[in-house]
Design a protein around this ligand. Structure first.
Ligand SMILES: NC(=O)c1ccc[n+]([C@@H]2O[C@H](COP(=O)([O-])OP(=O)(O)OC[C@H]3O[C@@H](n4cnc5c(N)ncnc54)[C@H](O)[C@@H]3O)[C@@H](O)[C@H]2O)c1
Length: 255
């Protein structure tokens, strides 16, 4: 893809699933990677995999929901690479067991899920965009959204769905606010993707089988199938895209 080689890219949630696959793909495309995750061992493993494939990578341990940690993470990116061109705000959590219908959800569960998925995205973008504006000439932000932020496709997930609806709003207004700075902001919208986050859904045949039957392509995505879309949105091939939602969902939301 055009315009990725030599760029500096920071990605949250890079230790697993979609983030790991996107970090490997951006590393393969020649980006100098900062793999940020609250799971230190997982971030290190992804960075090791990028280096083993011939790329350049740094692992940073930070919790996106803690402002001091995520602010320090971007300072490390600038210390290590001197600039930030690409930000992938991707870290997120989901809990089928603890989330639920609105009258059942404990406020502590709401606070935790919204705290990571929405406040954490805000903090990631706040400090990531600050780093980008201070050091680069424009840039690209890719934010991981969800069909649950638009449609009621995952019942009994009120905290998760609300957090993702908020993320789409964050991305759209950022796209307008930073267009004059040459910073593009887009959302990748993964459908049902076979990563550890959905292990509860995969483990329950009463949920998994109807879910897969509801997807026109009749299967979940592999994380690598999201990685290509993320790399595309980050690249100069998407130079006229900003404020978009790109659905990579096997047709889930087309029906
Ligand atoms: N898998 C799906 O079906 C699906 C569908 C739609 C959207 N998404 C979104 O995709 C994104 C990536 O999810 P995934 O499927 O790769 O899940 P995953 O569980 O495989 O990976 C999430 C990663 O984020 C990290 N993380 C979680 N909380 C964090 C925090 N507070 N600070 C830093 N790192 C943190 C985890 O340690 C993990 O490495 C999430 O935003 C998720 O909501 C996933």
């Amino acid at each position: 893809m055009r315009g990725l080689k030599g760029k500096v890219a920071a990605l949250t949630g890079g230790g697993s699933g979609i983030g790991r696959a996107a970090a490997l793909r951006l590393g393969e495309e020649g980006c100098r990677m900062a793999v940020i995750d609250r799971n230190e061992a997982a971030a290190n493993k992804t960075a090791d995999e990028i280096r083993a494939a011939g790329g350049i990578a740094l692992a940073i341990t930070a919790d996106v929901a803690i402002e001091a940690e995520i602010a320090a993470a971007f300072m490390r990116v600038i210390e290590a690479y001197g600039c930030l061109d690409i930000l992938v705000a991707n870290a997120g959590i989901f809990s089928a067991e603890r989330d639920g219908k609105v009258h059942t959800v404990d406020k502590s569960v709401w606070d935790e899920i919204v705290g990571v998925n929405l406040t954490g995205m805000f903090l990631t973008c706040k400090h990531g965009v600050t780093a980008m504006r201070a050091t680069a000439n424009g840039g690209a932000v890719v934010i991981t959204g969800s069909p649950t932020g638009i449609f009621g496709v995952t019942p009994q997930s009120v905290a998760y769905s609300s957090s993702k609806g908020g993320v789409h709003g964050l991305a759209r207004v950022m796209a307008v606010d930073y267009a004059p700075d040459g910073i593009r902001v887009n959302v990748v919208v993964p459908g049902f993707t076979l990563s550890p986050i959905v292990h509860e859904l995969v483990a329950d045949p009463a949920v998994y089988e109807p879910l897969v039957r509801s997807i026109p392509l009749r299967r979940g995505a592999q994380p690598e199938e999201l990685a290509g879309a993320i790399a595309f949105l980050a690249s100069d091939d998407a130079s006229y895209m900003t404020g978009s939602l790109m659905f990579v969902d096997g047709g889930m939301t087309a029906v």
